[in-house]
Every structure is written in structure tokens, then in C-alpha cells.
Design a protein around this ligand. Structure first.
Ligand SMILES: CC(C)(COP(=O)(O)OP(=O)(O)OC[C@H]1O[C@@H](n2cnc3c(N)ncnc32)[C@H](O)[C@@H]1OP(=O)(O)O)[C@@H](O)C(=O)NCCC(=O)NCCS
Length: 155
């Protein structure tokens, strides 16, 4: 079993546009897809978006990007480097984002996750998300279904 890192071994900080290359590089390591640094730069500069990164040993080890629209928000992406998983980093990233979402008055948060992504489904279940729908064949690369999950922050 992996030993949890002491909390001081990694820190969560707001993502800056200047870090976009690191975000793009980490995203490419976590998914079978690339995401241009310019997109991360745009999200980090957008007041309607929330971007946080987890830093461990001087490296970006995790990231979360959320986008808000009036009283709803979407987790656009959440990922943790393979070697840093199961240490509570995704949970910590979500909790930081959650604090800001609540401050912004967001009532409900949505996301899409591949139906075969057991790790992400396990995480979101633990965080209190519930399934609210399915998008059939949503992912172009393998026609995998997407499960739509949501969590209510306030009525
Ligand atoms: C999903 C992902 C972000 C989880 O990151 P993580 O930092 O390992 O997650 P945490 O350590 O914060 O886990 C918190 C809880 O989520 C659940 N969880 C996390 N990974 C899990 C797994 N592989 N299987 C089952 N449950 C899991 C557990 O309840 C865990 O608590 P525990 O470790 O005390 O049992 C990570 O596996 C990842 O980056 N995967 C690839 C990218 C991805 O699929 N992102 C989600 C796209 S929607």
C-alpha cells in the first residue's frame, strides 16, 4: 500500500497563465489526449474560471479547472500525476475549488466522466457527486459513454 505523503509534501496554489506549459504537459501525461498550453493560459486568465494546481517537490502534480456560468459550474478537468495518486491530492484540489465555487454562489456543479474510468468514478462518488445522466458514445476516440455527474452546493 502506498504511504500518504505528509500534508506539507505538497501544496495547492492558484494556477497562473505563466504555468500553462506545465499544465499542458501534466494533462498530456494523465490523458490519452493533448490540451494546448494556450487553453490553460486562457482559463487561468478568465475570472469565470477556477484553476488550481498541486505542487510536490517543485513539480506540478495535479490540476483542476472549473468554469462557472451564473449559478452553475462545470469541472472541465481534474488530473493527478500517476506517481502522486492516492495521496489525497484530487480531493484537496476539489476542496479548494469548492470553496471558491461556494463564494461565487454556485448552486450546482456538473462534470462528464468516461463510464469505464473507475478511478474517477470512485473519486467523485467519495466527494458526493451523483449520476444525473448518460451521454451515449460521447468520447470520439473509443465511442465510450460519458456519465454526467452533479453535486448540489445549495438550493
Ligand atoms: C481520478 C484521479 C484524479 C484521482 O486522483 P487522486 O489524487 O489519486 O485521488 P485522491 O487520492 O484524492 O482520492 C480520494 C478518494 O477518491 C477515491 N479514489 C481515488 N482513486 C481511486 C481509484 N483508483 N479507485 C477507486 N477509488 C478511488 C478513493 O475513495 C480515494 O480515497 P482513499 O485513497 O482514501 O481510498 C486520478 O486517478 C487521475 O488523475 N486519473 C487520470 C485522469 C482522470 O481520469 N481524471 C478525471 C477525469 S473526469
Amino acid at each position: 500500500m502506498m504511504t500518504a505523503l505528509a500534508p506539507a509534501a505538497w501544496q495547492v496554489a492558484r494556477g497562473e497563465a505563466s504555468e500553462a506549459e506545465s499544465y499542458s504537459e501534466l494533462y498530456g501525461r494523465c490523458f490519452d489526449a493533448s490540451w494546448p498550453a494556450a487553453d490553460f493560459s486562457a482559463y487561468a486568465s478568465d475570472p469565470g474560471c477556477i484553476v488550481f494546481g498541486a505542487h510536490a517537490a517543485g513539480h506540478l502534480a495535479g490540476l483542476i479547472v472549473c468554469r462557472c456560468a451564473v449559478d452553475e459550474a462545470e469541472i472541465i478537468t481534474l488530473a493527478v500525476a500517476n506517481e502522486s495518486r492516492r495521496r489525497g491530492i484530487a480531493r484537496a484540489l476539489w476542496e479548494r475549488a469548492l470553496g471558491e465555487l461556494a463564494e461565487k454562489g454556485v448552486a450546482r456543479v456538473f462534470l462528464e466522466v468516461a463510464a469505464n474510468n473507475e478511478a474517477a468514478l470512485g473519486l467523485y462518488r467519495t466527494l458526493g457527486f451523483e449520476e444525473v445522466g448518460v451521454r451515449r458514445g460521447y468520447y470520439a476516440e473509443d465511442a465510450q459513454d460519458a456519465r454526467v455527474l452533479a453535486i448540489t452546493l445549495r438550493d
